[in-house]
Design a protein around this ligand. Structure first.
Ligand SMILES: Nc1ncnc2c1ncn2[C@@H]1O[C@H](COP(=O)(O)OP(=O)(O)OP(=O)(O)O)[C@@H](O)[C@H]1O
Length: 305
């Protein structure tokens, strides 16, 4: 389990992490979501003792990282896959980590196999690795000590689609075996598929926290017509709150049947009509973090009236 309590971190007059509290539970994958600069990496760095918290604390299995009896075997960490020693081979990096933790060499081979790095690749210097290979090596290092907790910052970055599926299965299996997984990502759809729980951060503050199902419940109906504003106007006229999505569809706060009936009665042919689940997380993420988005072209409120 990971518990974060009232964590605040200031850099000069700037508050990077602002009174952040949440729990990541065993047996579950917790997705840590937020736009660039929201404070995800800073929070994770504090968790693993790389950055001092200004106030509040973060505990892993009930201990601050510095007080963990055997941190390498309790928590696996991957914060920056590019930070590995470029002049060493993948095998050397794993071997050094295994020795530091007092693990047998056989564990190195087992982890290389687990992350699908071939013996030839393991013998190459890391400077010649692709980003995806570095991520695999980073995940191998994180798993080396057979920890109970994994803390991974953007682990899917650089992985190809097969690699993303592989990582998803690996993390799912880890959580199903009772492990705690906290992963940050910008890949909203990836998080939507893998996470059980979500923590959404914007401008250093938690803006939503709960199970994915809770957060996506009542996401409404996603509906699309040739002319969105006409559709939205018909929905509004029937008292339904409707919002333009980034993809040109309309997110309506009503059930499928209600939305379909309004469109039918208004004589508007529909191109798409479905529960908003698929689009739900992205819409929720953009809406909840709208104030901290850099790209203000994303208009969510009242854009279709
Ligand atoms: N050492 C530092 N000194 C000053 N400001 C910092 C420092 N580290 C982080 N920040 C600032 O704190 C804020 C949060 O940064 P952080 O890296 O935690 O965000 P993030 O959510 O991980 O973003 P990204 O998704 O882009 O990696 C940013 O505005 C960043 O510039």
């Amino acid at each position: 389990m990971i518990t974060v309590h009232s964590l605040t971190k200031k850099y000069g007059g700037f508050t990077a992490v602002d009174d952040v509290s949440f729990t990541a539970h065993p047996g579950r994958v917790t997705g840590f979501l937020g736009p660039n600069g929201a404070g995800k990496s800073t929070t994770m760095r504090i968790m693993v003792g790389l950055t001092d918290p200004g106030s509040g604390d973060a505990r892993i299995l009930g201990h601050r990282f510095a007080d963990l009896p055997d941190p390498g075997r309790e928590v696996g960490v991957l914060l920056d896959a590019s930070a590995q020693h470029a002049g060493r081979t993948g095998r050397e990096i794993l071997t050094i980590a295994a020795r530091t933790m007092g693990l047998p060499r056989t564990r190195v081979d087992a982890m290389l196999e687990r992350v699908s790095l071939t013996p030839e690749e393991a013998g190459r210097r890391v400077r010649n690795y692709s980003l995806g290979m570095r991520q695999r090596l980073g995940i191998a290092t994180a798993l080396l000590g057979d920890p109970e907790v994994l803390i991974l910052d953007e682990p899917a970055n650089g992985l190809d689609p097969a690699g993303i599926r592989w990582m998803r299965d690996l993390l799912r299996g880890f959580a199903d075996d009772g492990g705690t997984v906290l992963l940050s990502s910008h890949l909203l759809h990836e998080i939507e598929v893998i996470a059980d729980d979500l923590v959404v951060i914007g401008n250093g503050r938690i803006v939503a926290h709960g199970t994915k199902d809770e957060l996506l419940a009542g996401a409404g109906t996603l509906v699309r017509a040739a002319h969105g504003p006409t559709l939205a106007a018909a929905l509004h006229a029937d008292g339904i709150t409707a919002t333009a999505t980034t993809g040109g569809a309309v997110l309506a706060e009503a059930d499928l049947a209600h939305v379909g009936r309004v469109a039918f009665e208004a004589g508007i042919p529909l191109i798409e009509l479905r529960p908003a689940d698929g689009a739900g997380l992205e819409e929720m993420f953009l809406a909840l973090t709208a104030e901290s988005q850099r790209d203000s072209a994303i208009e969510l409120e009242g854009a279709v009236a």
